[in-house]
Ligand binder design. Structure first.
Ligand SMILES: *Cc1c(COP(=O)(O)O)cnc(C)c1O
Length: 413
């Protein structure tokens, strides 16, 4: 049987609230009692932990909290990993995982096109503060990764569908190359929850910014690390664990909120994808330079098809090159202010449409030269298509805005 993330999630969700409620209770305590004093040294020594086999012992809220732990189990179920841990942000999940694995002198091979914050972490912070060198390559091409591997390479890093260009990583090939060189593969799956299951394709660690599709309401900043039980345990070690010692802890009320959004994640992702496909197809028909991995002319189309799970489409994001930055700004203003089509805002995965000129916003951490190398054109707009409103009316709004700003001329419309 192929891995079925929806069934896996359903199987993981069987909590009862304190009074028999159909939702779990929120365990809002920062510290936990032990019934026998001898248990305390056992918890510090890792002899007993929060999972049932080891006694269900909790220590302190920055270590494990029962509500946050339950959300972690759902994330592990989503990705089909042994364990997961939820953090206060996507960036802290990335930083925690990377810092746990790398020491000064180690090297990372990373996809060139990645989230701007991750790029800044890799380009500036890791080399300057931790002495970890990062080589940037094209993650669609595993040969480039193989060529960059040295005995110092500790990990290979890529996004399943890259921000903002929507390049598709070759996860099975990256896993093979990384493992052959004794390195681990970390995949950021933020753009494609349920659509792709990287751990089933060979990734060792899967990262989510739950701020995006998983949260789905643009109201919560959160992240997750999905990995082996050993790795998650190492992150939480009271003496050496990056998460335990750096402390990007998720609040239990936040974990509760996010847990309630997991059961309908699949419905939401499928509708985001359906609408993105419709818009991308029609923009293509109008002859406009649209980028969407669901279109057969996208360089990552076949690769994504070979990796994806059935039923969730090709994702809720597409890109459109408006030609110039001025055109991009005019289109964004018109869409937001005249047609209320969506918001000129960064981020993604919201139920409303979010759109931004990548080079002037989320990827502005990259220099102009780096942007060009990463394929980010000055007029490129990234759309995260929402699912509110009638889709045909939304399309009319979009087409009208394109005409208003002169991207679409009379004859093509
Ligand atoms: C937003 C994002 C992040 C960072 O997540 P935060 O929750 O904002 O810290 C990391 N990776 C990708 C691909 C993202 O889109």
């Amino acid at each position: 049987m192929p891995f079925d993330p929806i069934q896996s999630l359903a199987d993981a969700r069987h909590e009862f609230g304190e009074h028999g409620g159909v939702n779990m209770s929120i365990e809002q305590s920062t510290t936990f009692t032990v019934m026998h004093a001898t248990t305390m040294p056992d918890i510090f020594g890792g002899v007993v932990g929060p999972d049932d086999e080891r006694g269900g012992c909790y220590l302190y809220g920055r270590h494990f909290n029962p509500t946050v732990y339950t959300l972690g189990r759902y994330l592990a179920a989503l990705e089909g990993t042994e364990a997961a841990y939820c953090t206060a942000s996507g960036m802290s999940a990335i930083a925690g995982a990377v810092i746990q694995l790398c020491k000064p002198g180690d090297e990372i091979i990373s996809a060139r096109t990645i989230y701007g914050g991750t790029h800044a972490l890799f380009e500036n912070f890791l080399p300057d503060r931790l002495g970890v060198k990062v080589h940037f390559v094209d993650a669609a091409d595993a040969d480039q990764v193989r060529d960059a591997m040295t005995e110092k390479t500790r990990l290979v890093y890529a996004e399943t569908v890259a921000n903002p260009t929507l390049d598709v990583a070759d996860i099975p090939a990256l896993a093979e190359v990384a493992h052959a060189g004794g390195a681990q593969l970390i995949i950021d799956n933020t753009f494609s929850p349920l659509i792709v299951s990287p751990a089933q394709l060979g990734a060792d660690i899967v990262i989510h910014s739950m701020t995006k599709f998983i949260g789905g309401c643009s109201d919560i900043i959160a992240g997750a690390i999905c990995a082996s039980k050993d790795f998650i345990t190492s992150l939480m070690d009271p003496h050496t664990g990056a998460l335990m010692l750096l402390g990007p802890t998720m609040h239990p009320a936040v974990a509760f909120d996010l847990a309630l959004r997991m059961p309908h994640l699949g419905l939401r992702v499928a509708e985001h994808s359906r609408r993105a496909m419709l818009f991308a197809t029609r923009l293509k028909e109008l002859g406009l330079p649209v980028v969407y991995p669901g279109l057969s002319d996208h360089p990552g189309h076949e690769r994504l098809k070979s990796m994806m799970n059935e039923g969730f489409g090709f994702g809720g994001l597409f890109g459109l090159d408006a030609g110039t930055r001025e055109n991009a700004f005019a289109l964004l203003d018109t869409l937001q202010n005249k047609y209320k089509f969506g918001y000129d805002a960064v981020s993604l995965g919201y139920f409303e449409t979010l759109m931004s000129c990548s080079g002037a916003s989320t990827s502005s951490e990259l220099s102009e030269e780096e942007q060009r190398a990463a394929g980010i054109l000055p007029g490129y707009i990234r759309f995260s298509i929402g699912y509110t409103g009638d889709v045909e009316r939304r399309w009319d709004e979009f087409k009208s805005a394109l005409k208003d700003v002169g991207i679409l001329t009379g004859t093509t419309a």
